[in-house]
Structures are given as C-alpha cells and as structure tokens.
Design a protein around this ligand. Structure first.
Ligand code: DQA
Length: 137
C-alpha cells in the first residue's frame, strides 16, 4: 500500500510554531516514529509552502497511490486550485488538521478540500495523521 502525507504552508515549523496550538513535536520526529510503526506501508512525506507545488504533487501521486493524507494548512481555507486538484484525481484524499479548526476563528471553518475528500479528521493533534493512516488500512 502506497500512501503519501502532503503538508502545506508553515507545517515545516511544527515544534516551534504556536506550540500551545500545534504541540512541541517536530513533524520529522513524528514521521520517523510513524514510519517505523507502520513499516509495511510505503509511506512518503512531502511538505511545501507553495500552492502550485502542492497541486503538482497531488497530480503526480493522485492516479497511482492508494491514499493521500492532506493537511493543506492555511490553503485549506483559500485555495480553489487545491480543491479542484483533489476533485480531479482518482486517489482518495483524507483531509487532516492538527487543531480543531471549528473551535478557532470563523475563517478556518471553511474548507475547499472537504467537499471532495473521502473523509476529514480534525483536532487530534499529530494523532490526526495516524488516524487517517488507520482509516486507509
Ligand atoms: C491547520 C489549521 C489551519 O487553519 C492553519 O492555517 C494551519 C494548520 C491544522 O493542522 O490545524 O496552518 O491546518
């Protein structure tokens, strides 16, 4: 089974970015442990701060991979382009968020990803990614 985690803008700062909201673990540390725990899965990780790069990665993986775990971060709330890419591909996408976006500012309540996602996992910290992985399994 081939799964990719795609992370959007500012998620490369996890560990030092607003730790009261996003925790103090880096994504690299979390990903290392996740990969070790689920070592039978072909798991990959991609992060970009650039909208077009996220769209290109969705296109590149979205017809051959078994699943995509997508945290488009702030682009979730703004990007029709990423939403359209999720709609265009055939690989199922699970949208994840670390924080509970519905308990935060109202601009975070809107998602251009959700309508075309297979499912959405929100608010469980980095555990949201593992829950998405389990859903694919
Ligand atoms: C986030 C929530 C978004 O609103 C925010 O812009 C992020 C991270 C999350 O995982 O909680 O950068 O996607």
């Amino acid at each position: 089974m081939k799964i990719i985690i795609i992370n959007g803008p500012n998620l490369n700062l996890l560990g030092k970015r607003e730790p009261e909201i996003y925790g103090d673990e880096t994504f690299e540390d979390f990903y290392f442990l996740l990969k070790k725990k689920y070592n039978t899965i072909e798991l990959q990780y991609f992060q970009s701060n650039i909208e077009g790069e996220i769209i290109s990665k969705l296109q590149e993986t979205g017809f051959t991979y078994d699943g995509i775990i997508l945290n488009a971060a702030a682009y979730t709330h703004t990007s029709i382009g990423i939403g359209d890419a999720v709609k265009a591909i055939s690989t199922p996408v699970i949208e994840v968020h670390i924080s509970n976006t519905f308990s935060r500012e109202s601009f975070r309540h809107q998602s251009y990803i959700s309508p075309n996602a297979k499912g959405v996992i929100i608010g469980f910290g980095l555990k949201s990614y593992e829950l998405a992985l389990k859903a694919f399994l």
